[in-house]
Design a protein around this ligand. Structure first.
Ligand code: SF4
Length: 326
């Protein structure tokens, strides 16, 4: 189902004369890891090690590999160009082979005239054919160019939907080809346009309106619960592509200027237990935007995004609400 491009990986490893090669991949791909190693061992003279800690995105490159290996092959994500990683790291996007054609009859009745097309890197290769089909059915299709965190036109991340916002004034509706709800959720909340999800793995077409409203209610609840906070704990990730230390310092300053206390803590992976020793009425995450939205139930205190912290202190209006982005 996945294209791991092992011939290209083999050539790259040989070109680097790598004796030891580290492999990294997200949880969903780890089951393929040993087959990948067996294949690469047969084709190269290299020794392979696996970076088995959880990995959530291209933002999450562990430079620890340099202590043990000459190069790193990261599967499952495209590089984040603005991270400027060294050339001893190869990104293998692991595109998924799928058939979205059975979904097209369900899609057609839900389509408006001007459509913004977006996807994640695993399905981007299908955007040209989907665009042709939409245009053949009388739709005007727009594919946007994102900022420095995305590599391809039409590509969105959970923390960067700039490819969509670059065309939001041209479109009446977004069509997201891919799995999961977080990426299209950011689209729906930020652009306030209708979003249709075409999910080729679940083989379903769905709208996001109810989910977006439910998440907004949750976020409003967290902000309300944090509004009396006297002390914030500001969370900073040490992951290369999630680190926003400067923002954390600005938030601490804002808290102090508004009569609150705030401490900044750095960590690689945040979890509620590691925060227990610290005094705080609310947490503010400057790490991956998904932390506050997806994991909020795991935390005993309200966990906010930077924008939500400002709303909780009365410095920004709820009507200006946006999901966090990096
Ligand atoms: S910060 Fe979060 S949403 Fe952005 S690339 Fe990393 S894991 Fe994905």
């Amino acid at each position: 189902m996945y294209d791991f491009k092992l011939d290209e990986v083999t050539e790259w490893i040989k070109s680097k004369n790598a004796k030891v090669v580290a492999l990294q991949m997200p949880e969903g791909l780890k089951v393929y890891c040993q087959k990948i190693i067996a294949d690469l061992e047969a084709k190269t003279q290299s020794t392979f090690v696996v970076m088995a800690d959880p990995c959530y995105g291209a933002c999450d490159i562990s430079m620890d590999f340099q202590k043990f290996a000459d190069v790193l092959v990261h599967f499952g994500h495209s590089e984040i160009p603005s991270m400027h990683v060294k050339d001893n790291i190869m990104f293998v996007e692991a595109q998924i082979e799928t058939d979205y054609a059975p979904l097209l009859p369900k899609l057609l009745p839900n389509l408006k005239e001007h459509i913004g097309l977006v996807s994640t890197v695993q399905y981007l290769q299908y955007l040209p054919s989907l665009r042709s089909w939409l245009e053949g059915n009388g739709r005007k299709v727009y594919i946007g160019r994102g900022g420095g965190r995305v590599k391809y036109d039409g590509q969105i991340l959970g923390c960067d939907i700039s490819a969509a916002t670059s065309i939001e004034n041209d479109v009446e509706q977004f069509l997201y080809l891919g799995t999961g709800d977080f990426h299209p959720l950011a689209l729906a909340i930020q652009t306030k346009k209708p979003v249709i999800v075409m999910d080729p793995i679940a083989q379903e077409v769905r709208e996001l309106k109810d989910l977006a409203e439910r998440v907004l209610r949750q976020r409003h609840g967290a902000i309300t619960r944090a509004s009396g906070a006297k002390r914030y704990l500001i969370l900073v990730s040490t992951k290369l592509g999630q680190n926003r230390t400067e923002l954390a310092f600005r938030l601490k300053q804002i808290a102090m200027e508004n009569g609150r206390k705030a401490d900044v803590v750095l960590m690689n992976d945040f979890n509620p237990d590691s925060l227990l020793p610290f005094e705080a009425d609310a947490y503010v995450s400057t790490a991956c935007p998904r932390l506050a939205v997806d994991d909020f139930l795991r935390y005993p205190k309200p966990i906010l995004t930077p924008i939500e912290m400002e709303i909780s202190m009365g410095l920004r209006k709820w009507s200006d609400y946006q999901l966090d982005s990096i």
